[in-house]
Design a protein around this ligand. Structure first.
Ligand code: CO
Length: 627
């Protein structure tokens, strides 16, 4: 039986793709950055055509360019094409790059001397094993000593007490190794001065706590008759919703063909890109603005989830098949978690004259994955609700970026205290979601809604009147918009050809959170490289290769290929195959409660049906309690 084009990549497809690639690739030294199913042609998928399974491999080899992107047909067993990526916009870093950078740093005598000058033991292999090196993308700030076009990483370091210690509690402050990965050398050791090593423990494991709460009674989620959803392959069905879930190397968790009661809503919904810019003046942090999705291939850093810890209740998991840097299949078990959650009340009314109550329970289907990128952990949770609401919630946790300060260097406005001699720089997390609409199976238009307070007049004598104003956004430049919670601004996607019972075109509304945009000067490296983050909304007509808000290949790039460039032609977006790009964000001013591990912070957005139904679609929910 033919595999559906949107089914997840299997381990055997990975083995076949790597084998075929190697047979056609002269260079033995290919290190893989990612492997994934090439996004199949949308029209072919919608028309249920037989589509060959094409695997997309990216990586670097010994050629003096930015790496390769190879398309391998694993249905017909042939390499379709291998293209080369230019030096100024390279494929994502891989574990070979990181391994090389760590090895080079730990064997550099100037760096070892600087570490030793900070009182850290570097005299044996055992001592060196306790030094944790975190390689960071050099972004637009590769050191002058690194030739333009070379792959570059900045290595910062930390010391552990033992292998299980919190690696971030003791930063080797003021020291950066600039690594030229292409030339395989440390080109410069940047030392901004010795700062005393913090001594306090940063352990957060149970064994290290002085006491553990004993008054939390068991809270168990049971579904004695099983869950109400079905899963077939990667297709999930629940309460009229149908959707496919998979893992993409850059985007992480991806939803395809999301429909409700056989009515399409979204063809594809996923993170496109994210950026984490730091606002601190400290040279340890001022350059940091990782594009976690595309520079690190966040999707390859997916967690294996555990029942009872990550997810509670009746869980169905999907595995994710990945590739190691040297080309072996690697299966991450339980990578996507699917389950139902009770969500309080769906609706209620108490009728005081008859003294009767009608109340119904709400529940939601959760499709989630968690990704660990260095010190940070990002959970992406899609929620589908009984009333047609679709929600994306990003959960941010893990360990904040960390600085060591002295009385002279303390700078609370840019790096507030979070522990003993420890501070954490102010920073942002900006996530750009690409929403490829297919509302009611046709072409779609975009509107901006907001509230207008009406002027005093004879028609508005009390000055209390306001109205909802809707205006079409018909070109790419008109659709570059920002949040405005003070006027209740939101955006509505409409299918003009599909009208509800009330004669109004069916719609879904995007309700944004109170997200900021990027805090950086327009001419800065980060504003160029992550231009998408300068606005909360962009919209484009669908084009097959436009998936990346910051460009497809962002290692060492200067911003080419991103949304600013994509929308430069100012195409028409009225009544088209509409794609919306929505950036949600958190500004993180760290607090002591964020240390040594950060309680989850949340951001995201809601999509709610607006006239998609003719009335409340949950009147048929069963009554659960009798009075
Ligand atoms: Co943060």
């Amino acid at each position: 039986m033919a595999i559906h084009p949107l089914e997840a990549l299997s381990a055997s497809e990975i083995t076949t793709a790597v084998k075929l690639f190697r047979e056609h690739h002269s260079d033995e030294q290919a290190f893989f950055s990612s492997i994934g199913i090439k996004e199949p042609n949308k029209q072919d998928v919608l028309h249920e055509k037989q589509i060959p399974r094409v695997v997309r491999l990216t990586g670097v080899d010994q050629q003096a360019d930015g790496g390769f992107v190879s398309m391998v047909d694993v249905t017909e067993n042939k390499v379709l094409a291998t293209s080369r990526v230019p030096l100024d916009a390279q494929v994502a870093y891989n574990y070979a790059d990181f391994g090389i950078a760590i090895m080079l740093t730990k064997s550099n005598t100037q760096w070892l001397d600087a570490v030793s000058a900070r009182g850290v033991d570097v005299s044996s292999d055992e001592a060196l094993a306790l030094i944790q090196i975190d390689p960071w993308p050099a972004g637009g700030y590769a050191h002058d000593s690194i030739p333009k076009g070379h792959r570059a990483l900045r290595c910062i370091a930390f010391v552990r007490e033992d292998a299980t210690d919190n690696g971030y509690a003791r930063p080797i402050h003021g020291l950066i190794a600039h690594v030229d990965v292409t030339a395989k050398t440390v080109t410069h050791v940047e030392d901004s001065g010795v700062v005393p090593m913090p001594t306090a423990s940063g352990r957060f494991d149970s064994e290290s706590q002085s006491s553990i709460r004993s008054d939390l009674k068991p809270l168990e989620i049971t579904q004695p008759e099983g869950a109400s959803f079905q899963v077939s392959g990667n297709k999930i069905s629940w309460q009229g919703f149908e959707v496919r879930a998979s893992v993409h190397p850059v985007s992480g968790l991806v939803l395809h063909e999301l429909s409700l009661q056989q009515r399409p809503i979204l063809y594809r919904a996923a993170l496109s890109e994210m950026v984490v810019p730091y606002g601190d003046s400290d040279p340890m942090h001022s350059w940091k603005h990782v594009l976690d999705a595309s520079e690190y291939n966040m999707g390859t850093m997916i967690n294996s989830l555990k029942l009872g810890c990550d997810c509670l209740g009746e869980i169905h998991y999907l595995d994710s098949h990945q590739v190691t840097f040297d080309g072996k299949p690697k299966t991450v078990e339980n990578a996507i978690c699917i389950h139902e959650e009770d969500y309080g009340i769906q609706w209620k009314h108490y009728d005081s004259s008859s003294q009767t109550t009608e109340v119904r329970r709400s529940r939601r289907l959760v499709i989630s994955s968690v990704f660990t990128v260095g010190n940070y952990d990002y959970g992406f949770y899609w929620y589908l609700y009984l009333d047609g609401t679709i929600q994306m919630e990003v959960k941010l946790t893990g360990i904040v970026g960390i600085s060591v300060f002295t009385e002279e260097t303390y700078n609370p406005a840019q790096s507030p205290v979070i522990g003993e001699n420890l501070s954490s720089p102010v920073h942002q997390h900006l996530f750009c979601f690409r929403l490829d609409w297919h509302l009611d199976g046709g072409t779609n238009s975009l509107f901006e809604n907001q509230i207008e307070v009406m002027p005093m007049s004879t028609q508005n004598p009390e000055g209390t009147q306001f109205q909802s104003v809707s205006r079409p956004l018909t070109t790419e430049s008109e659709a570059i918009r920002d949040n405005a919670p003070h006027v209740s601004r939101n955006w509505k996607v409409v299918n003009p050809a599909s009208k509800n019972k009330w004669g109004v075109p069916v719609a879904y509304k995007l309700l944004p959170a109170a997200s900021p945009t990027l805090f950086a000067q327009a001419g800065s490296q980060v504003a160029q490289r992550a231009a998408f983050a300068s606005h909360n909304l962009w919209a484009t007509p669908f084009k097959e290769d436009e998936l990346s808000a910051a460009g497809a290949n962002t290692v060492m790039h200067a911003g080419q290929g991103g949304l600013a460039e994509i929308t430069a032609g100012n195409r028409d977006i009225d009544d088209c195959d509409l794609v919306m790009w929505h950036t949600v964000a958190l500004t993180h001013v760290p607090r002591p409660e964020d240390w040594p591990v950060m309680p989850v912070e949340y951001t995201g957005f809601h999509l709610i049906p607006v006239g998609f139904f003719d009335q409340n679609p949950t009147l048929d929910l069963p009554r659960k309690c009798e009075e």
